[in-house]
Design a protein around this ligand. Structure first.
Ligand code: BG6
Length: 480
């Protein structure tokens, strides 16, 4: 459904995120008629640019990053008519009045500010938007991660934001929540009657969440070397996915009902024992260079991979470990969840045991789909022998062309901002609670003075991550 015309101010319009994600997302939604042509997209950056120059830059970015065939030339041209540029110095005085005048010229019903800038500028820009009256009562502000660097900085940022904006105006983006397959977790659990009765410690042995990447950190070392995998992936994307798997059914699918339930999961997490955590850093191997080279920091102690075992101490999950692992420069690019069910309670087959418990695998990307691993009788075998086979559902095959219109996760999230729906955004207290959980481990790692365990670039990750599982008599699912 089309939204009302809106004014979207993008701070950092010349940056990588704006070019790669925000512009293509908006252009696609414009091309399918969801964004009215009266909409204004106001790009803000420091450089001096003529309107023509700005439009040419935007056109170039779209040409580079919009998947081919998404919008034709005329559509891109019409889309660019929505664009305005304001040269503004976020820490100085220049440009603020001009931005205000432009916004007030013929204001659209919805006004939103997207802060696609260095996180160190979030607080300053928000406060200036508030104090100058550029942000009005109904305005929305969108912040990219990282939302703070630790609990204290997240609290400070929340406090500064809240001095000018109400929580219902603040949209903290975690782009994993915009992924169709992540949202599908909620459909799987709460729109089907089949799984929920089994979704507990009585039937589930353990849960694995994997986000493996083949890419390294080349070009992003400045940010990444200060963050590391725990801050970059675990505190946000992976914990959010864990919450969606573990939360109680919310009474309604609305922002606060869902976020209340996610927060309860984070609060029920046992403090992480450092012995249940592993951090790794890739070294050169399999033709790939080392983390330290890419980060241009020969002594870096930053982790590019993390594996950990989490425990959720509540009625539903007591005794069910959640194993999380993520890493850069691994052998495969795959994000998936595996729910491993318990063995049948009694084996009636004397000669052989069923292969292994059932497992439900939710493949988030790539090759999005759902697989249920089942045990069947091996055909033709004398007596009873068993095979473990997949019952497979691939989104691409089942939905055919319809998966092509899904676009990137930002499309859904940006449209939700305009519609005023916060369900897929992190609330301030959630972000703080997530920091409160990861902070002590990061501190303990630092205190230990130990170097993260080296693992081969494009290999299977740190040995100690395998040992973390073996200790419990379990195995990670192969990443492939
Ligand atoms: C980002 C992280 O938030 O998510 C990156 O900063 C990571 O380091 C990326 O590569 C992964 O996202 P996706 O959508 O490619 O799985």
């Amino acid at each position: 459904n089309p939204v009302e015309a809106f004014d979207l101010v993008v701070f950092g319009i010349t940056g990588d995120l704006a070019h790669r994600k925000i512009l293509p997302a908006l252009c696609h939604r414009f091309s399918i008629g969801q964004i009215p042509k009266e909409t204004r997209i106001i790009g803000v950056a420091r450089g001096e640019k003529s309107k023509e120059q700005f439009h040419a830059e935007m056109a170039e970015a779209l040409d580079k990053h919009l998947p081919k065939g998404r919008c034709d030339d005329q559509c891109v041209k019409d889309f660019l008519d929505c664009f305005h540029y304001v040269k503004l110095d976020v820490l100085g005085e220049d440009g603020w009045q001009e931005l205000k005048d432009l916004l007030n010229e013929r204001p659209n019903p919805v006004r939103a500010f997207y802060l696609s800038v260095a996180p160190s500028l979030f607080a300053e820009i928000s406060v200036r938007l508030g104090k100058s009256g550029i942000a009005t009562e109904g305005s929305r502000i969108v912040l990219e991660k990282p939302f703070g660097h630790d609990l204290q900085s997240a609290k400070d940022l929340n406090a500064r934001l809240k001095s000018c904006f109400d929580e219902c105006q603040i949209y903290r983006i975690d782009h994993y929540l915009g992924k169709e397959t992540v949202q599908n977790l909620m459909a799987l659990r709460f729109a089907n009657a089949l799984f929920e009765p089994l979704w507990n410690s009585q039937h589930i042995d353990h849960v694995q969440i994997t986000v493996a990447e083949t890419l390294g950190i080349a070009g992003r070392g400045g940010y990444y070397d200060h963050a590391g995998a725990m801050r970059d992936m675990v505190q946000n994307h992976m914990m959010q996915v864990m919450c969606l798997i573990a939360m109680e059914p919310p009474a309604r699918f609305d922002a606060d009902s869902v976020r209340d339930e996610k927060l309860k999961v984070i609060k029920a997490l046992d403090p992480l024992d450092i012995r249940n955590t592993v951090r790794g850093q890739y070294r050169a191997g399999n033709g790939g260079g080392s983390y330290r080279e890419e980060a241009e920091n020969p002594d870096s102690m930053t982790e590019s991979a993390v594996a950990l075992k989490a425990a959720i101490s509540n009625w539903r999950w007591s005794g069910v470990p959640f194993y999380l692992r993520t890493g850069k420069r691994l052998r495969a690019h795959v994000s998936e969840i595996m729910i491993k069910f318990k063995e049948p309670p009694h084996n009636i087959f004397e000669q052989s045991r069923p292969a292994e418990g059932n497992a439900l695998i939710l493949r988030l990307q790539p090759g999005e789909g759902i697989t249920l691993m089942m045990t069947i009788k091996e055909p033709g075998s004398g007596g009873m022998r068993f095979l473990r086979v997949p019952l497979d559902m691939s989104f691409a095959e089942t939905l055919g062309g319809r998966t092509g219109v899904l676009g990137n996760a930002y499309e859904r999230l940006i449209m939700d901002v305009i519609r005023g729906d916060q369900t897929l955004f992190m609330r301030g207290d959630e972000a703080e609670a997530a920091w409160a959980w990861v902070d002590p481990v990061i501190a303990a790692w630092q205190e230990s003075g130990e170097r993260p365990q080296p693992y081969d670039a494009l290999g299977s990750g740190p040995e100690a991550a395998l040992a973390l599982m073996h200790r419990d008599g379990r195995e990670w699912r192969e990443i492939e």
